[in-house]
Design a protein around this ligand. Structure first.
Ligand SMILES: [Zn+2]
Length: 91
């Protein structure tokens, strides 16, 4: 663990397949401070993508299904699954 005052960049996990569901279980997806308009449906949402873009999980999942090519670029991705400590990233 590093001690920094800033949060480290949030590494996104796998991009879901079209029709698949995003896995946004991390608490960091939830902005406790403010609702912002979803980038996709413009309704207020407390949810954020890994890049901080406001979006409902359902909207983001639909977007991935509707834009499979763009989705590969990683606009919305699932969380990294904390399986076991296989890759222990000691820098
Ligand atoms: Zn939405």
């Amino acid at each position: 663990m590093r001690r920094t005052t800033r949060q480290p960049p949030w590494e996104p996990g796998p991009i879901p397949l079209p029709g698949g569901l995003l896995d946004w279980r991390a608490g960091r997806h939830y902005d406790h401070w403010q609702m912002r308009p979803c980038a996709l449906c413009e309704q207020p949402t407390p949810l954020r993508s890994h890049t901080g873009e406001p979006a409902h999980k359902v909207c983001a999942g639909n977007w991935v299904s509707e834009h499979p090519t763009e989705a590969r670029l990683g606009r919305f991705a699932s969380d990294i699954q904390p399986k076991r400590r296989r890759d222990d990233n000691h820098a």
